[in-house]
Ligand binder design. Structure first.
Ligand code: NAP
Length: 298
């Protein structure tokens, strides 16, 4: 737990809506044929007290995909919002795509504060997740923060396709090689921390701020969009799923207003050229974990 995260996803879109959303480029398909909205709401660091309103605002603005995790400590509030939205007729459960990750204790540690690692091989976890699919507990399963070697180990045993690998992706870490590998295996990518995660607890003064990068700002002026909208569109135009987090109503809405423009191939290349191995979620405190994923190039 902690470094190697597995997650389960559920719920297809209703068929007619599914067709329309795909035609509009708002959904893509997993290799199992199930579809996922390409834009979802991130929920990490959203305070439980803000979460119910954030999900209600997001669904009202048009979001149909919410990225959650047990670790974020706000899943009950996400659930409460979804229940209320279904009850008042705003949305049906079939229209929503919900991602969750992990379970059990949150980051167990010993008396010195050193994190205690699970000794379970993630391949075994994968097989248990396949059982969840067989039991009808989830529709699609995927992984998070997996590198190429780890994906290959799972691919060797997988009877259920790996639907998705959720990884950090933004112009400072465009992940072209891992994305290409995943695409070659039919694995979709969800880009997390697409805005550079400015609220991350370990941010230091002087760290680069992606939304203030001059090249991102220049493109924002060119397309008459905000830097955040450019960064979100960057992922969608590269064929990825993207899950910007916001707990603020106007930014939740702003982040969904990205359907009326597209970045040119040259501008996508320009953003990719900002690559600087700028990993934000490096989990370096767990670099001695036997399955630490970030020692390899990709
Ligand atoms: P992010 O989405 O890159 O950035 C979120 C931050 O940007 C928040 O501080 C938010 O503040 C701000 N923001 C949102 N919209 C904005 C806008 N239009 N203009 C300016 N600032 C804006 O960071 P993230 O939360 O790290 O990543 C997104 C999601 O990915 C997470 O929430 C989580 O669901 C997932 N994730 C997964 C993993 C994993 O290991 N699988 C790791 C990290 C993240 P406000 O809320 O105040 O708007």
């Amino acid at each position: 737990a902690g470094v190697i995260r597995t997650y389960t996803t559920s719920a297809p879109l209703v068929p007619a809506l599914h067709f329309l959303m795909a035609a509009l480029g708002r959904t893509i398909n997993f290799s199992n044929g199930k579809s996922v909205p390409v834009l979802g709401l991130g929920t990490w660091e959203s305070k439980p007290g803000d979460m119910t309103a954030a999900v209600k605002n997001a669904v009202t603005a048009g979001y149909r995909h919410i990225d959650c995790a047990h670790l974020y400590g706000n899943e009950p509030e996400v659930g409460a919002a979804i229940a209320a939205l279904i009850k008042d007729g705003t949305v049906t459960r079939d229209e929503l795509f919900i991602t969750s990750k992990e379970g059990g204790d949150l980051l167990p540690a010993d008396s010195t504060g050193k994190k205690l690692y699970s000794d379970v091989d993630y391949v075994e976890t994968w097989e248990a997740m396949e059982e969840c699919v067989k039991l009808g507990l989830t529709r699609s399963i995927g992984v998070s923060n997996f590198n190429k070697k780890q994906l290959e180990r799972v691919l060797k045993v997988a009877k259920v396709p790996i639907a998705n690998n959720q990884i950090e992706v933004h112009p400072y870490l465009p992940q072209n090689k891992l994305i290409e590998f995943c695409k070659s295996k039919g694995i979709t990518i969800t880009a997390y921390s697409p805005l550079g995660s400015p609220e991350r607890p370990w941010a230091k003064p002087g760290d680069p701020v992606l939304t203030e990068d001059p090249k991102v700002k220049t493109l924002a002026q060119k397309y008459k969009k905000s830097p955040a909208q450019i960064l979100i569109r960057f992922q969608i135009d590269r064929g990825l799923i993207v899950i910007p987090k916001s707990a603020n109503k106007s930014r939740i809405e702003e982040n969904f207003q990205i359907w009326d423009f597209q970045l040119s191939p040259e501008d996508i290349k320009l953003l990719e050229s900002l690559e600087c191995n700028g990993r934000i979620c490096s989990s370096s405190e767990a670099s001695d974990h036997p399955y630490f994923p970030f020692h390899d190039e990709y």
